[in-house]
Design a protein. Structure first.
Length: 575
């Protein structure tokens, strides 16, 4: 019974165990309650204690049963000749001895790209990884740390064929090394656009749809040099953490400290221009990889692959026939990539099938019964009646929590820890934004039956909500709750495999002729997606949801129950 383990000890701390071809994976934030599980002190490593313990318990294994343990390296400033052994020793010290003895390092970007490629179903693919910064292990064809990496990927080999290199330039202190980090560039601009309180990158991507991408395009484009063979250079300090140096645009100075002082229109124009320039730079690298590898498929991963608008642009303009975005392209996904590397390339096991979801984590657990506070009542034992009852509530424009099956791995709720709603009214979208304390310009994503998606959207969605598509103009007025200001939507599709979310969508379609629901995560502002049934009940009550389907039980708000009883059939009425 082969068993391999991948671990990530840095932000987005995570664990992934593969046993007999089955993935068990979870993120540590779901146990600590700290989003991204970011350490309070920069550079502090964190063991994936809760997620690792769950993986072993769920698989019925002990540390002695694990054949291989791999983790992505991330040491930022390696000392010559000793850094690999030093980092390995630091990480191994956090593990029990059976795991510590087996621990080995893989480069950060290689773990990223394999979290996509080895789940893509493709034999030959080009791989592209872009994030803020990776590991010194990525210096195998150059110097410095990984920022932009390209791969030629095959079942029997991993060839790194492109690596962005730092450049040297003058500074008052002497020669200064400048790294071409598009991830840092995007975050640098986002910090100048989004006031504190919202996640900068995701909020800027949403805000960009409101703005004029031509307004500051020339000035921002001048911050980049795009050259032959995928060359990218970001002028200093715009590709760094420095957000105090003012960016002057049309006589206005932009810093992170003054973001809140600018009007929404001004911030939207800068966001739109930044998104356009960022997209052009990534397409520039991708088209080089297309020429270099001759592959028909591009596998995209790294933190920048969470930019669903960028992914839509890549699918349209990179020249590849197919784009596959890793199911978990962020840093937590490096644990998955490390485990898949050990499974396939080290142990020689067959590749896993292409997943139709990422519900690799724990089930919700025991469901509370009876009165759970504020007049909400939990009714259990509903079994097969639950999708029909929930669909009826959704058809009546109620907002319903949906907590079913294994917890998803990744930053997005995909129908296992979700809040769902009817997409047919703007008022529902506005109410959801108010409940979740989100900026009013942020859109909500649709989840749709895969076989119906082409009738409603132009472009290809995926099961992981990773790319933006266009909403068909002839359908937009029927689903205004999921249409962004630029006519797009971040589409999740649900395939024909049986499951509770599919059953719900089918029931909802029968009642409304809409194969689409609004889908957002069940969590509080600034906290991770919730893990357990107890947490889900508390969140549903405190957020003020109309109902929540948790396991085979239905939580009902006091203002909903009388009208629900009036609309249900005799067979559906809970006793």
């Amino acid at each position: 019974m082969p068993a391999v383990l991948g671990l990530n000890f840095h932000h987005d701390t995570s664990a992934c165990l593969i046993v007999d071809g089955r993935i068990y994976a979870a993120e540590e934030e779901r146990w600590t309650g700290i989003k991204h599980n970011r350490a309070k002190r920069a550079g502090l490593l964190t063991p994936p204690t809760g997620s690792l313990a769950w993986c072993l318990q769920a698989a019925g294994l002990t540390p002695y049963d694990i054949d291989e343990v791999w983790t992505p390296a991330m040491r930022p400033n390696p000392a010559a000749g000793a850094w690999m052994s030093t980092e390995r020793a630091e990480l191994a010290a956090m593990l029990p001895s059976p795991l510590a003895d087996r621990l080995r390092l893989i480069s950060h970007h290689t773990a990223h790209v394999l979290a996509g490629y080895l789940l893509s179903g493709e034999d030959h693919a080009a791989g592209l990884v872009i994030d803020a910064g990776g590991s010194a292990l990525g210096a195998d064809i150059g110097v410095g740390r990984e920022r932009i990496s390209g791969y030629d990927l095959h079942p029997d080999r991993i060839d790194r064929v492109h690596q962005a290199q730092p450049t040297l330039g003058p500074s008052p202190m002497g020669p200064r090394r400048s790294h071409p980090s598009l991830g840092h560039l995007y975050r640098n601009m986002a910090m100048r656009v989004i006031p504190p309180g919202d996640e900068p990158e995701g909020s800027m991507m949403a805000l960009a749809a409101l703005g004029d991408p031509d307004r500051h395009y020339k000035e921002l484009r001048d911050l980049l040099v795009l050259g032959d063979n995928g060359f990218v250079h970001v002028e200093s300090p715009w590709g760094t953490y420095d957000t105090d140096t003012p960016l002057s645009l049309d006589g206005v100075f932009w810093t992170a400290a003054t973001a809140a002082d600018k009007s929404l229109e001004m911030r939207a124009d800068l966001a739109a221009s930044a998104q356009r320039v960022f997209g052009e730079a990534v397409v520039h690298v991708a088209t080089h990889l297309r020429r270099l590898t001759g592959a028909g498929t591009l596998v995209f991963s790294g933190g920048c692959a969470l930019n669903s608008h960028l992914n839509g642009t890549l699918a349209e303009r990179s020249g590849f026939d197919r784009l596959f975005v890793a199911p978990a392209p962020h840093d937590a996904g490096t644990a998955v990539g490390a485990a898949l590397f050990a499974w396939h390339y080290v142990l020689g096991q067959p590749r896993l099938p292409v997943p139709d979801g990422a519900s690799w984590g724990p089930a919700p657990g025991p469901i509370p019964v009876g009165d759970v506070g504020r007049g909400y009542r939990m009714i259990g034992g509903l079994g097969d009646r639950l999708p029909s009852m929930a669909a009826r509530l959704l058809a009546d424009h109620r907002i319903v929590g949906w907590v079913q099956g294994g917890l998803e791995f990744g930053p997005r709720a995909l129908g296992h820890r979700s809040v769902l709603a009817h997409p047919g009214r703007l008022e529902t979208r506005d109410r959801l934004n108010a409940l979740k304390r989100r900026a009013s310009y942020r859109p909500f994503a649709p989840v749709a039956l895969a076989e119906e998606a082409s009738k409603w959207f132009v472009g290809e969605g995926d099961p992981f909500m990773n790319r933006v598509v266009k909403v068909r103009a002839c359908k937009a007025d029927r689903v205004p709750g999921i249409v962004h200001h630029d006519g797009t939507a971040r589409l999740q599709t649900v395939g024909p495999q049986p499951g509770s979310l599919r059953a719900l969508l089918e029931e909802f379609q029968q009642r409304t002729e809409l194969p689409v629901l609004i889908n957002t995560s069940l969590n509080f502002k600034g906290t991770p997606i919730l893990r357990t049934a107890d947490q889900a009940v508390r969140a549903a009550v405190e957020l003020g949801l109309d109902a929540a389907a948790i396991g085979d039980a239905l939580l009902i708000a006091p203002h909903v129950e009388p009208s629900m009883r009036d609309s249900l059939t005799a067979q559906e009425v809970p006793q």
